[in-house]
Write a new protein. Structure first.
Length: 261
């Protein structure tokens, strides 16, 4: 296999990255993708940055075994904790990472922005610098959501517990004039419908997917790694939880998402 036709590796702590993968696969229909979910070690968002960096390196090794031509960190937490270390460790491999789409919300003129993400993402210097950069343009409220990604990892069976946790997290904010919500964890878009119900109609939601997809396309183009041949895309799934049920769950989420009703 030449490098041009090699697949793109995408990873997350678990199922969350599959929501990012849906956009990447649609945006680049000629590319093959390999998704790796580290579900055995999820959630990352309540671990230390050093642990998340070690786990991310192990996942990159798994993806390199498939000779991937680029890697997308489809996990805000792993991006904020591990991306610089991964770039240093693998200088020849293009490595991109998703980040909370705060800039997108500010650029759209939003004035009262709520950023929902894991405790680790929101405590990292990368996010704090981003928030400071925009603090004179909008009121930015950061909301750590411990436990939420872990519940979403459990799929539809966890919906009642997810609803209870959202009530606990969001009720204290119900009198705030929020006009934009940044979903700064790739697990959360699976329950975007449930989160939307808690805000006024017209509240804008941002995931950062179009940004990372455009960035990936540009990076591949620049490095002459973008496929342009007529090729039927393949998407393969791997997990550190090596069970058939886990891979089936990944495929189901890729094709249908979480059924909220
Ligand atoms: N989906 C991940 C993120 O975007 C992490 C969730 C977790 O493992 O805590 O931050």
């Amino acid at each position: 296999m030449t490098k041009l036709t090699a697949p793109i590796g995408v990873f997350d702590s678990g199922v969350g990255g599959i929501s990012t993968l849906q956009t990447l696969a649609k945006t680049l229909p000629q590319e093959d993708f390999i998704f790796y979910g580290d579900s055995k070690n999820a959630p990352y968002g309540e671990k230390s940055a050093a642990t998340v960096t070690d786990l991310s390196k192990q996942v990159v090794e798994q993806l390199r075994a498939h000779a991937v031509k680029a890697i997308v960190i489809a996990c805000n937490t792993a991006t904020s904790a591990a991306k610089p270390a991964l770039i240093t460790a693998y200088p020849d491999l293009p490595i991109l990472g998703i980040e909370p789409a705060l800039k997108e919300a500010v650029d759209a003129g939003k004035q009262h922005i709520l950023v929902m993400a894991t405790p680790l993402t929101l405590s990292r210097p990368k996010y704090l610098a981003q928030r400071n950069r925009f603090s004179d343009q909008a009121m930015i409220q950061s909301l750590p959501c411990p436990g939420l990604a872990d519940l979403i990892e459990g799929g539809e069976a966890q919906l009642p517990a997810i609803r209870r946790l959202l009530t606990k997290l969001l009720t204290p904010l119900s009198d705030r004039p929020i006009d934009a919500v940044v979903l700064g964890c790739t697990h959360y878009p699976f329950i975007e419908g449930l989160i939307r119900e808690r805000f006024a109609a017209g509240t804008a939601f941002y995931t950062g997917y179009s940004g990372i997809a455009a960035n990936l396309k540009q990076t591949l183009q620049r490095q002459q790694l973008l496929r342009t041949d007529a090729h039927q895309q393949t998407v393969s799934f791997y997990s550190s939880n090596e069970t058939c049920a886990e891979i089936k769950l990944y495929q189901h989420l890729f094709e249908h998402g979480i059924e909220l009703d």
